[in-house]
Every structure is written in C-alpha cells, then in structure tokens.
Design a binder for this molecule. Structure first.
Ligand code: IVH
Length: 695
C-alpha cells in the first residue's frame, strides 16, 4: 500500500513562481485558521488528511522558496489550543510539547528508518504504538500527586485542566510505592466510540450541534467549565510518554512498562521491532484490527527505543527526529448498494438515500448514506445493485465516493419505479409519502414535493420546526411525540397545539401527569415568544432566523407583513424577489390564513411588543462593522442585533470596506493585524454603546 501524496484532486502542484508565492500565503492563512478552528473552537473545517496534505504542500513550497521563509508560518510552530479567557490557568510546559512528523506513505516510513540507521550507523530497535486520535495531555506529578494537567496549548504553554482530568477514572490522582515521585507523563485523552455516540444522540435530541468526531467531542468536553458535566461524558486516557530528570529505565519501552506498574493505562498494542519488515507487519495488522478497538486511532507511531539514541538524534524546530507517525488512509469500504430510497424533508425536498449492505467503518456500522440529489447520482453513475465505495474520514456522515466498474448487476431489483439495476438510473417522479407529482426548479438541484399541506412529513416537519428551540421553544415535544400525536389524530398543524387538552395527552400511551404538564407549560410559555421568533416559527419558505428578524423589524405585525407589496418587502436587507414571492404565496393560501387566525385567538404574539421594542436609529447607517473578541455587557449575537438595529451591517472578516471593528477582550490576532494593515478603526465595547445610545 503506497500513497502518492499528490494522487488526489485536493491539491494540484503548480510551477509558476508567482502563483507559488500566492499559494504559500494562501496556505499559511488557511492552515492558521484551520489550526484555530481545530484547537480553540473544536470545530474543524478541514479533514486531517486535507490538513496534512496542505501542510505538506506548504513545506515543499517553502523549501523551494527560502526567500519567503517566515518564522510565523504554521510549518514552524504547532497549532494552539489556548482558549481566550476560558477560565483555565495557563502554565508553561517544563519541556515543550512537540508534534510528530507524519506521513501517509509507507515508502516514507522506510526512508525515515533508513535515515535513522544511517545517522547512528546501525539498526536500532523501534517501538511501534498506536496513534490515538484524541488530544494530548501532560500530567505533572509532584511527590506522587497529580498537581497539573496541561493541554498542549501552543506547545510552550498550555491550559491547566486538572479539575476536568481528575474526573477520568484511568488517571490516578496519587501514585504510591513508585520508583518515581516527581515526573511528567504524556498521553491522549479520548472519548470512546460508545460514549461519543451516546453524547451525540443526546445532543440531537436537545437540538444541539453534533460533534464531528470523538476527538472534537473530547476536546470540547475537556474545555468545559463544569467538571460534573465532564464526568458524565465518560472520557478515557492512554499514556505513552514518560518524562523525568532521571528516568527509571534507559529505553522507551522499559519506561512504559514502569508507567503501567505505577497504575497508568498503557496500551498493550506496543511492539519492539527489530527490522523494517516487523514495522510493516505491525502497520498492516493494526490497519484492520484497529476497527475492533473501543477508541479512535488514526495511525501508528514509531519511536527509537533507546533513550540515549533519541538524544543523539535530537529534534527539529517542531518534531523529534527519533519518531514519526504513519497515518492510515481515510477508511474506505466497498459494499453493495441494495436500494435507493427517498426521504421527504420539512420543505418537501426529496433526498435520495443509499441503503447499503452494512459495513464497519471507523468503529461504526454504516448502512445508509446520503446521495444528495439526482445530479450527484448521475455524476457517480451509480445504480441499485452496484458495488460502491463508502468513505468515512473525520466526519460523522459517511460519503459515497464512487463505484467499482463491473459488467452486470449483482442483484435483481424490482423497485416500484419499474426499473431494475441494469437499466439507467431514474429519479422517482412521485412523492413516496403522498403520491404528488414531484417538481424541480431548473435552478435547483433538488426535486420537491409541492403538496405542502397534505404530505405527512412536511406537515409534521412544520410542527417540529415551530416547536424548535430557536422558534417557539416548546419543551417536551420531540419528533417521536409529534409522530404519535399525528398518528392519533391529535395534531395536524401548528394551530392544533393550542387546542391540546390535558386529557387528550394523558389518554396517549406513555404520557404521565408530569410529561403532560411539561408539554402544556411549554405551549403556554410559547405565547410570550416575541414576534420575530414567531415569524421564523411559521416556517415560510426561505424565511430563516435572520431574515425573520429583519422582516419583523420593518413589519411590526403579521397583518402589515401580509399586506406588504413586493416592492416594500424587497426594501428589507437580504430580501429579494424569491423571498417576497414566497411570503406572498404563504399569505395567498386560505389554510395559512386560518392557522394565523387561530394562533391569534390562542394569544400567540403576532405583532411587536411596544414596550419591549428595542430603540433603533440610523446612527450606523452605511457602516460595516466587524465584531471580534469577548464582551462584558452583551453577547456577540446581541451586538450583531444592535448593529443591525441601528442601521449598520455586521460582517465576519476585516477588509477595506470595514468601517470599524467592535473589539472586546482578546481580539483575534489575525483581525488585529489586518486592521493595522488597513488602518481600520478599533472601537471598544463601552465606546460602541455610547455611540449608539447618545444622540
Ligand atoms: S508521542 C514528541 N505517541 O499524536 C512526541 N504521540 O501528531 C510525543 N499521539 O501530539 C508524542 N498517539 O497527541 C505519541 N502513541 C503515541 C501517540 C501520540 C497519539 C498524538 C499526540 C501528539 C500527536 C502528534
């Protein structure tokens, strides 16, 4: 298995020096941002492989252009997870926490081994270990007691997350009868697959954003301020690196055995290899076997075993020369596409879904994957009965990336659409839920069921949207409960919610007094939800949360909105003809007008509350404001709203068009630098508040 690093469509090497210069700057910026999103926000934007490929490309380009060397380049320092103002004490690492050189190529592993052999003039023992995919931690013990637990931070300083780390059962707080009392041990904090899936399930139910993978979940968890929540999440830790002024053994392997005896969780999947063949055997064995592990791994780490040889080989600026990581390619499996089924969403969009012969991928069983839309299926040229490649990288949702060419179909399909696996692919023509004929706007990729008021998933979807947290925030009504209410004829649309009686709910199986009261209280409380959120909750096509806020500011009641002409509507920022038409279409339907009247009668706020209306002005008219940092008096969202309320516009990045930056504490260093370069004014929080309040 050998991978050419540039065998993907991800990055195309170029040779023009001018383009290369631009590419260097662009890659530095992109990697710096990716580091921040990954380490500080725990929300990666690039997969590991993409990140590594881009980093490698940047290293190659920088080597080719030494005149563009920059000590601030991401190739020269490790990513930083130092959160700003996060409430953790920061501490200097006694010994810097470096990263590892890594490769996806077995050939490069051989080359590393040969280089090491050459440098020390013989074949040293190499310890092979699993590369755990979590976040690194440095545990500091003094007199046998755990006194600090530092994240990697920027490699020099880390956050002390000891209170959270102490919740991990695998980490001893005190070591008794040990040959070592003052030492540091490093390892990886992980969220096992099982806990990760449980956590995401809970988050899905609570409508919270899901974690992309166990590593991000572990990192997000470790930065929580409440150790009680951390304890419930079920973190685990593997330790792999013992450090002390005087170590008890003169080999890495020996030290790990001591660490295990001291009570640390040290993996059994460690082997001292005496040749490159043994190293390759270890890699290929664990490439498959790792699928049976309870935690995520993304490669193999190779370390020179003898500690004095490690010293002799030394370090580069970022990584030790005595170690390297081999990273497994993104997991890919070939499996049978048994059937394409279709899912109808809240807005009527029909999404094709691949139903697969179940396969194990990155620790989970995959049996379904989205096929997005008709064009996607055509581009890949896949049909039912094909063998398709399913890939799962750092993401939760598996992707179908292609098919295996073959002569004939493996299964006979007799789908209701009258085609079999051998014929060319046809998207369904009628809604699988209600039978209506599907329509497709020539400018859109999606087929849609137009039967908004009669198609069950659309009807239920409207209620689900209405009760969601960001809309009417009615507790206790999850999608399963809504399904049940529909099934029993208790609900048909959003207005029916306000007619629900205690006895109606109690009569349903599984509803006790408490759950029933919870729902009724939620419905009652929803009558206090302000008009902008009610407008969003109505679920008018294209009217999302932000558009609803802007519309509600201009049209202070449902009646005003109903009467508004296209011309008036399109005067509202971000509202174009498409949205205006959608609003007209909504109010053009008698069924919707009936629902609105019933909501009005129930006491739902269909107009702005005079007293609560925020004062507005045009003091920021024509001004574009960037928000950066953390604030004392309002949240960032509230500042965004205030800017818009006073006629300004909020954008994400600093440019020539930026009028000023509303800066809180710890403003992002990139934004600060950019502001300096462009001479953009920086306005502090209090100054901003005076600006919008004083006349
Ligand atoms: S040794 C100086 N061993 O991989 C080298 N690291 O890409 C110290 N990692 O920051 C690291 N499993 O967070 C080592 N068995 C293992 C590892 C491992 C995972 C992580 C670690 C490190 C990163 C480098």
């Amino acid at each position: 298995m050998q991978l050419n690093l540039f065998d993907t469509e991800d990055i195309q090497p170029q040779d023009n020096p001018l383009q290369e210069k631009d590419e260097i700057f662009a890659l530095r910026k992109e990697l710096e941002e990716a580091n921040y999103k990954y380490y500080v926000l725990s929300q990666p934007t690039l997969s590991d492989r993409e990140f590594d490929l881009k980093m490698r490309r940047l290293q190659d380009l920088e080597a080719k252009h030494p005149e563009l060397a920059d000590k601030n380049s991401p190739t020269q320092h490790v990513g930083s997870d130092l959160s700003r103002k996060n409430g953790f004490r920061q501490m200097e690492h006694k010994r810097p926490m470096l990263s590892l050189a890594n490769t996806y190529s077995e050939q490069e592993i051989r080359e590393w081994y040969e280089r090491v052999c050459k440098d020390i003039s013989f074949k040293p023992d190499i310890v092979c270990e699993l590369k755990y995919d979590g976040l690194s931690i440095s545990l500091i013990y003094e007199n046998g007691t755990l006194v600090h637990a530092l994240t990697r931070g920027d490699g020099t300083r880390g956050d002390d997350v000891i209170d959270n780390v102490k919740t991990i059962p695998a980490i001893p707080w005190k070591i008794d009868n040990s040959p070592l009392t003052n030492f540091e041990i490093r390892g990886e904090i992980l969220l096992p697959w099982e806990s990760f899936e449980r956590l995401n399930k809970e988050r899905e139910e609570q409508e919270e954003p899901l974690f992309a993978n166990p590593r991000n979940a572990a990192s997000g968890t470790l930065k929580l301020q409440d150790p009680r929540i951390v304890a419930k999440r079920g973190l685990d830790a593997y330790l792999y690196y013992l450090l002390a002024d005087k170590l008890p053994q003169d080999t890495h392997y020996g030290c790990l055995q001591v660490a295990r005896q001291m009570g640390f969780k040290v993996s059994d999947a460690i082997r001292v290899c005496h040749s490159i063949d043994q190293i390759m055997q270890f890699i290929s064995f664990w490439d498959t076997e790792r699928r049976n592990l309870p935690v995520a791994t993304d490669g193999i780490v190779l370390k020179v075993n003898d500690l004095s040889l490690q010293q002799q080989l030394g370090y580069t600026a970022k990584t030790p020369r005595w170690a390297i990581a081999y990273k497994f390619p993104a997991e890919k499996q070939l499996t049978l596409l048994k059937k394409i089924t279709y899912q109808v969403g809240r807005t009527g969009v029909v999404t094709p879904v691949a139903n697969l012969e179940p396969v194990q991928l990155s620790g989970t069983t995959v049996q379904r994957a989205t096929l997005h839309n008709e064009d996607f299926i055509r581009q890949l040229g896949i049909r039912e009965g094909d063998m398709v490649w399913v890939k799962k990288g750092g993401e939760i949702i598996p992707k179908i990336t292609g098919k295996e060419e073959r002569k004939e179909s493996l299964i006979e399909t007799d789908s209701e659409n009258g085609h079999n696996g051998l014929s060319s692919f046809h998207f369904i023509t009628h809604c699988p839920e209600c039978g209506a004929m599907l329509i497709r706007d020539p400018n859109e990729a999606a087929w849609r069921c137009p039967n908004e008021d009669g198609c069950p998933p659309q009807k239920k979807g409207k209620v689900e949207h209405f009760v969601a947290r960001k809309a009417m925030n009615i507790d206790g009504l999850g999608s399963e409960t809504i399904d049940l209410f529909f099934e029993k004829g208790r609900l048909g649309n959003i207005a029916d919610l306000y007619d629900l009686k205690q006895d109606d709910i109690l009569a349903l199986e599984g509803f006790q007094q408490k759950a029933t009261q919870n729902i009724l209280d939620g419905i009652e409380a929803s009558k206090q939800v302000p008009w902008p959120r009610v407008l969003f909750a109505l679920g008018i096509r294209y009217v999302g949360e932000t558009t609803a806020k802007k519309l509600a500011r201009r049209f202070t009641s449902v009646d005003a909105l109903k009467e508004a002409s296209t011309e008036c509507l399109t005067q509202v920022e971000d509202v174009g003809v498409q949205i205006a038409e959608s609003i007209h279409a909504y109010f053009g339907k008698q069924a919707n007008l009936d629902i609105i009247e019933r909501l009005r009668k129930a006491g739902v706020r269909l107009q702005a509350d005079e007293q609560q209306a925020q004062p507005s002005s045009d003091r920021l008219k024509g001004q574009t404001v960037v928000i950066s940092g953390t604030f004392l008096h309002h949240s960032r969202d509230e500042y965004k709203e205030l800017i818009e309320l006073h006629g300004g516009k909020n954008t994400g990045s600093v440019s020539k068009k930026t009028s000023f930056i509303l800066a809180g504490d710890n403003m992002g260093p990139q934004k600060l630098e950019k502001a300096r370069q462009l001479g953009v004014r920086i306005v502090a929080e209090d100054e901003f508040l005076r600006l919008i309040v004083e006349s």
